[in-house]
Design a protein around this ligand. Sequence first.
Ligand code: GRF
Length: 214
Amino acid sequence: MALPFAVLISGRGSNLLALERATRDGRIDGRIAIVVSDRADAAGIPAANALGLATAVLEPDRGLDRAAYGEALSALLEKSGAGLVALAGFMRILDGGFVRRWQGRLLNIHPSLLPAYPGLHTHRRVLEAGERAHGCTVHYVVEELDAGPAIIQARLTVRPGEDEAVLSARVRRLEHIIYPRAVDWCAGGRLEWRDGAAWLDGKPLQAPIVEEDA
Ligand code: GRF
């Protein structure tokens, strides 16, 4: 049975669209129950509406603290029937209560080879450091930012003279490949959270699955 899942965005939503495509062509045995943005101007919202997906905007009001925001978000997600939550460029830090409530059912895609380069502006920082290896990581979300168990990574080699725009587009293309794969593993029960670790096919993942860019 196709698992309903939620996608949380703040902006463009290219990963959201990649996930939606994967639900349609059978690469994910699941369906998007709701798309939630914390910003009314996220470009992904009209794109999701055009695809007929249910959408909601939950902006952090003044007066709504982080915990209250997490409560309101959880209520919205639960009402949608989502059994899994995929963060896809969601720029708001989620509070501990929210993370614990969805622990093991909360995934994120991050544009670096974690644990290297947590945080923002990863492509720029990778270029400035002169790194040759870069990529993206799907991981379980824990309370510490970008620190949960890694599930799958896609790697590429930074090309000499490459600029940030080209590099980020190359990484994004890989994000669109590995995120649907991880969501499908989770939706189908192949991927599990056990005692703070990621398990795939009944075995603990000592290291993430790695895809090399062709
Ligand atoms: C992606 O680079 C993702 O890794 C990061 O935020 C960006 C979202 O892009 N978490 P998009 O909105 O999915 O195009």
